[in-house]
Design a protein around this ligand. Structure first.
Ligand SMILES: CCCCCCCCCCCCCCCC(=O)SCCNC(=O)CCNC(=O)[C@H](O)C(C)(C)COP(=O)(O)OP(=O)(O)OC[C@H]1O[C@@H](n2cnc3c(N)ncnc32)[C@H](O)[C@@H]1OP(=O)(O)O
Length: 169
């Protein structure tokens, strides 16, 4: 399998915030944003693997800024690292200023997807070669995040989380 670049999986979803998607403060529901991020991230993972993908975990979500009714919201997702069958996808959320058109970062999240065959069994995915400085940073930290996610899910022992331990020792 030929390695790919993160840019090959780049997925951009732009949409409005409608009244049915807001809370009593007239801001976008967190759950609606999670769903938009999941959709964009799953397309990115499919673009990287060209396989069926399932969400294995949501590793990190930061709702740093409320997004108000009528906002134009852009969700950008890109595979930051692939392992054997799993892919880490980074999602950046931007809000566009109505008048100037300037974009402000509102939120970010990191999801993990696993490529599977028709019976749901994990299958191998292409390796990834990061290009930009940000892609390299995200690639290098991804193994640590994978180990943390597996540790919290009870799928590895603390003694196997070598990258995490290296942070503290
Ligand atoms: C014309 C019309 C066409 C229509 C066409 C429609 C197509 C429209 C497509 C839309 C696409 C939508 C995409 C939505 C995606 C969902 O919303 S899917 C629904 C929600 N998710 C699920 O139901 C997943 C349920 N879980 C599972 O199936 C299994 O747990 C998994 C994720 C496959 C993992 O299976 P497992 O037995 O644990 O397998 P295992 O070999 O131990 O692990 C496999 C990999 O997962 C990793 N992993 C497992 N758990 C974790 C974890 N908690 N954290 C991090 N990594 C983990 C392992 O480390 C391993 O990684 P690699 O070292 O291989 O890279």
């Amino acid at each position: 399998m030929n390695p790919k670049h993160p840019s090959e999986s780049l997925t951009i979803l732009t949409d409005l915030v409608l009244p049915s998607e807001t809370n009593p403060l007239n801001n976008l529901f967190g759950g609606e944003l999670l769903a938009r991020m999941d959709r964009a991230a799953s397309i990115a993972a499919r673009r990287h693997s060209r396989r069926i993908v399932v969400t294995a975990s949501v590793n990190h979500v930061a709702f740093n800024r409320a997004i108000s009714l009528g906002s134009v919201v852009t969700v950008e997702a890109k595979v930051s690292r692939s392992f054997k069958s799993s892919m880490e996808v980074f999602i950046d959320v931007w809000v566009e200023d109505r008048e100037s058109g300037n974009r402000t970062k509102a939120n970010e999240a990191i999801y993990t997807f696993v490529a599977v065959d028709d019976t749901g069994r994990p299958v191998e995915v292409p390796a990834i070669v990061p290009e930009t400085e940000l892609e390299i940073q995200r690639f290098e930290a991804a193994l640590r995040r994978k180990q943390l996610s597996l540790l919290l899910a009870g799928k590895i022992k603390p003694s196997d989380a070598t990258e995490l331990k290296a942070l503290f020792l």
